[in-house]
Design a protein around this ligand. Structure first.
Ligand code: ZN
Ligand code: ZN
Length: 160
């Protein structure tokens, strides 16, 4: 084989390949204009769809919270294709949007069942918990919600 022929047959070593794992890492911004929504709960919600490494609340130059939370995540893959995150988040009465580089454009979906032809207010199937998808309770009663975990851990063990 002549050298040029070898090059033609083996193009791969000359292309810089980004490792798969690196392309799956995303910086995700979640915008919810309410301080009542805990970052911990947003993290729990995200971990249904991807691996969450850390999350911080974004503050402006005066140190004031902007309603934006930033998370480092790794997207999952199914059959080699990236599994993307929903573009919208709903936790109880609070709604927000989810952004990250490489996110596909998506129509607004029902926050309850993911259908695109109605909103969660018109949804006909039983309301699911926004955090864990259970139909047995709503978000405010969810055992995975941060406020409920704090409540559990501060319940006194002994009564006087
Ligand atoms: Zn629905
Ligand atoms: Zn729940």
């Amino acid at each position: 084989l002549h050298p040029w022929r070898f090059h033609f047959l083996c193009p791969l070593p000359f292309i810089s390949v980004i490792p798969l794992a690196e392309r799956d890492m995303k910086t995700v911004h979640v915008v919810i204009f309410s301080e009542k929504v805990r970052n911990q709960d947003v993290g729990t919600w995200l971990s249904r769809y991807c691996e969450v490494f850390n999350g911080t609340e974004v503050v402006d130059i005066d140190g004031i919270k902007t309603g934006t939370r930033r998370f480092q995540v790794r997207l999952r893959r199914r059959d080699g294709a990236l599994e993307h995150l929903p573009s919208y988040i709903q936790l109880g009465a609070f709604r927000g949007t989810v952004f990250y580089p490489g996110q596909p454009k998506e129509c607004r979906k029902c926050g309850n069942c993911n259908a695109t032809d109605h909103s969660s207010l018109q949804c006909s199937i039983p309301l699911k918990c926004n955090l864990c998808s259970s139909t047995k309770h709503k978000f405010k009663d969810c055992p995975q919600a941060y406020a409920n975990q704090v409540k559990l851990s501060t319940t006194p063990l002994f009564h006087e």
